[in-house]
Design a protein. Structure first.
Length: 97
C-alpha cells in the first residue's frame, strides 16, 4: 500500500483520478491544506478493515475495564461516574465565565 500526499487544490483538481488510485491502486491519499493534514482518502476495503480493527479494540478495552472494576458495585461505579461528569461540567462552566 502506497501513501501519497497532495494539496487540497490538487485533490480538488484531480478528484476523479485520486478516487481511482485509491480504489484500484490501493493507495492512501493524505490531503493537506496549508501544509497541514486535512483529510484522507482510503479504499472501501481499507475502511472496512479500519472499522473491524476499531470495533475489536473497543470490545477488548471494554473487557479490560470490566475485569479491572469487577470488585466495585454498580452503585459505586455510578457514583464515581456522576462525580467525574460533575467535575467536567464545572470546568466547562468555569471556562464560559
Amino acid at each position: 500500500m502506497t501513501n501519497v500526499t497532495v494539496s487540497a487544490k490538487q485533490a480538488r483538481d484531480n478528484f476523479s483520478d485520486l478516487l481511482g488510485r485509491v480504489r484500484w491502486g490501493e493507495e492512501i491519499v493524505m490531503i493537506e491544506k496549508k501544509g497541514r493534514p486535512y483529510g484522507v482518502l482510503i479504499s472501501p476495503s481499507e475502511y472496512e478493515r479500519y472499522k473491524k480493527i476499531t470495533k475489536e479494540q473497543f470490545f477488548k478495552t471494554t473487557e479490560q475495564i470490566q475485569k479491572r472494576n469487577i470488585r466495585f458495585s454498580e452503585k459505586e461505579v455510578l457514583d464515581d461516574v456522576t462525580r467525574s461528569v460533575s467535575k467536567v461540567r464545572q470546568k466547562m462552566y468555569d471556562r464560559e465565565k
